[in-house]
Design a binder for this molecule. Structure first.
Ligand SMILES: NC(=[NH2+])NCCC[C@H](N)C(=O)O
Length: 410
């Protein structure tokens, strides 16, 4: 008998992810909420959205995405539910409030007042503020004068909203039985990892979780991390993950014995290719869907443990060859995005490459990428189509919107 109440109550199987395509059992999603209603034409660029989504429709699309996964036997965990439960723990509340209240922006007086106010909220109210932020006009009534309060506009954010929570892939990623909490590089997203961090620390379901990476390390985002096969990782290095992030993540997974090879893959530092999973995702044990414009130029540095606690670096060499060698297969099959270079460019932008595998050879994809989906089917891949006209306005597809927590071994 254990005296630990949380572990006694939680009978769910332990989290573990060793591949991109092993049968998906449990996934973390975030149903978009009030934080999307904060987007305006004045702030959408800074908040990393390319348009102003119709929130009700985005929620419907997201519900259909979750339902598609459930219909394939996947357990869907919703981030807001996990956050509310976690915030029942005083330590989680303190961590969430600490990360949300920026004394440099608010000044000491207002920051103090806001922290006191937030500490009176019940978990569900606090969760809403941590996700959707707070404007100056929503602040509790002023006691005393604050220059900061006087000089801000009513709609300015005292706590910035986190509309990109939708992309649960980026703020954490599992490698074997450990979670890597990301160190997000864009200011609009940095606070997201304080939320995943507190969930993994204080939610009973994750009570026994060890870390593979921490939010205060060099920049690394989950969208750049691909588990090519057991022990083999590819890490995109570009607009988000930095060379230092890839190197320190490699060092960390080697030390923990989670991988024997890490491929560091340079990608263009552009919005269209912000993460490796915008140009390449795995659709089967030995197959990827890939943007043809980079197919032949994509390269990789091969990192391995050097036997003395450090990391050895080889290459660069062509990505497809380096990947096949590290995976111990003859070749990695490549399915191209689109039909011609213009269609491929359009469908890459609309996340045609950003598929989520629910099993080997079965992927969820946006229906709008007609040509890419047809090619996947021609290659024998089953495509579960979802609509994403509103969800896609944040530039992310099924893979970006999901953080697998448990996959069966291949
Ligand atoms: N894994 C991904 N490709 N995520 C897409 C994230 C999109 C998000 N709006 C951003 O700019 O950060």
């Amino acid at each position: 008998m254990t005296s630990d109440i949380s572990s006694a109550m939680d009978l769910s199987p332990a989290p573990r992810v060793d591949s991109e395509v092993g049968p998906l059992r449990t996934v973390l999603l975030h149903r978009p909420g009030r934080e999307l209603k904060r987007l305006t034409p004045r702030n959408n660029d800074q908040l990393l959205f390319d348009g102003i989504p119709w929130v009700g429709r985005a929620q419907e699309e997201h519900d259909a995405f979750a339902e598609t996964l459930r219909s394939r036997g996947v357990e869907v965990l919703l981030l807001a539910d996990l956050l509310r439960t976690s915030l029942e723990d005083q330590r989680a509340r303190a961590a969430g409030i600490y990360a949300a209240v920026d004394e440099r922006q608010l000044g000491i007086d207002l920051a103090d007042a806001l922290r006191s106010h937030l500490s009176t909220l019940v978990p569900s109210e606090l969760a809403t503020v941590l996700m959707a932020g707070m404007t100056f006009e929503e602040l509790p009534a002023a006691e005393g004068a604050s220059l900061v309060r006087h000089m801000h506009q009513p709609h300015d954010f005292a706590i910035a909203p986190l509309p990109n929570l939708l992309f649960t892939r980026d703020s954490s990623a599992w490698v074997a039985d450990r979670v890597a909490v990301s160190s997000l590089v864009m200011p609009a997203r940095r606070r997201e990892s304080s939320i995943t961090d507190l969930i993994y620390a204080y939610h009973p379901r994750f009570a026994k979780t060890s870390r593979a990476y921490g939010a205060h390390s060099a920049p690394l985002e989950g969208g750049d991390v691909l588990l090519l096969s057991q022990g083999v990782l590819a890490i995109g290095v570009g607009e988000r993950t930095t060379p230092a992030g890839a190197e320190s993540f490699a060092r960390s997974v080697f030390l923990d014995g989670l991988a024997h090879t890490v491929l560091a893959v340079p990608i263009a530092q552009e919005r269209a290719t912000m993460h490796l999973d915008t140009v390449c995702t795995m659709v089967d044990r030995d197959a990827v869907v890939m943007y043809p414009a980079i197919r032949d130029s994509l390269s990789a540095f091969t990192l391995r443990p050097d036997g003395a606690g450090g990391v050895s670096v080889d290459g660069p060499s062509p990505f497809l060859t380096a990947a096949a060698t590290a995976m111990g297969i003859d070749r990695l099959r490549v399915i191209d995005t689109g039909l011609d270079s213009v269609t491929a460019e359009r469908e890459q932008w609309d996340d045609g490459n950003n598929t989520l595998a629910v099993a080997p050879g079965v992927v969820v994809a946006y229906e709008r990428n007609v040509e890419t989906n047809a090619r996947l089917e021609d290659a024998g891949i089953e495509v579960l189509r979802i609509s994403g006209s509103e969800l896609g306005s944040g530039r992310g597809g099924p893979r970006c919107m999901s953080c697998p927590v448990l996959r069966d071994a291949l």
